[in-house]
Design a protein around this ligand. Structure first.
Ligand code: ADP
Ligand code: ADP
Length: 224
């Protein structure tokens, strides 16, 4: 599986040019998109996730035209936005079951197996009956990953995931992402250099909407 972005540009209605001719090729494994606040990371992530239009350029996922075949993309996409809300008075187990149902997994027993597997994968099985409002920041992030993994996505987008996590939670979260990156494309957007050097095999640096460098994280960061 391969994601190809070519000459992607976006200017918002307030005149901010968030993306300028962005071109990237992203293969299976973990890809890091590194850039300071305001660089255009979320704009790019939202565009790949079919949540926002571009002004020009193209994105293809294998032979799918991402900007025009949104339904096709959504079938294989898992997206963890930068800020995602949880329903505080619903348990993780109930919420995942509900989302799996919405995603068309109709058989109750099958859903239960999928939900149990995901809760175990993200290490929330013990806490599955607790309401999401009682979860710590790290637990919420791991719940977000479980939610994004429903339906076995081939492309997973994680936008600024470790903000506000303590070091132990960050480690846990990183290990989880590495595991997932073994057989999918995982795009990790972050402003933290170590997130990329520790986890990603390939990366790009984005500043003021422009890709200013791409390649192997250790080589690029050594040159910074
Ligand atoms: P549009 O330009 O598509 O009409 P909106 O102005 O309605 O978009 O904003 C869409 C989303 O982007 C909202 O969630 C809004 O809070 C957020 N947003 C708006 N302006 C900015 C900005 N300057 N930086 C970051 N997010 C913004
Ligand atoms: P990052 O994720 O790297 O912080 P963003 O993609 O959120 O960058 O923002 C890139 C630029 O676009 C910033 O100047 C931001 O203020 C602006 N921006 C983001 N979303 C919107 C929006 N919906 N409407 C107007 N401006 C926006």
């Amino acid at each position: 599986m391969k994601l190809t972005i070519q000459h992607l540009s976006k200017t918002y209605s307030n005149g901010v040019q968030a993306l300028k001719e962005v071109s990237l090729t992203i293969h299976q494994g973990m890809f890091g998109l590194l850039g300071p606040n305001g660089a255009g990371k979320s704009s790019l992530m939202r565009t790949i996730a079919t949540l926002q239009e571009a002004d020009s350029g193209s994105i293809t996922l294998d032979d799918v035209d991402v900007l025009h075949q949104k339904e096709e993309v959504r079938k294989v996409l898992g997206y963890l936005p930068q800020e995602f809300g949880v329903y505080p008075r619903v348990s993780a187990e109930t919420m995942l079951d509900h989302i799996a149902d919405l995603k068309g997994i109709a058989n109750g027993r099958e859903r239960k197996e999928i939900v149990t597997g995901l809760l175990q994968k993200v290490n929330l099985y013990e806490a599955r009956k607790k309401n999401l409002g009682t979860y710590s920041g790290g637990m919420k992030q791991r719940f977000g990953i479980a939610q994004a993994l429903i339906g076995n996505p081939k492309l997973i987008i994680v936008d600024e995931p470790t903000a506000g996590l303590d070091p132990a939670e960050r480690n846990r979260f990183h290990n989880l992402l590495s595991e997932i990156g073994e057989n999918t494309i995982v795009i990790l957007s972050t402003h933290i250099v170590e997130d990329v050097t520790n986890l990603c095999a390939d990366m790009a640096i984005i500043c003021l909407g422009e890709v200013v460098a791409k390649g192997n994280p250790n080589d690029l960061v050594a040159a910074l």
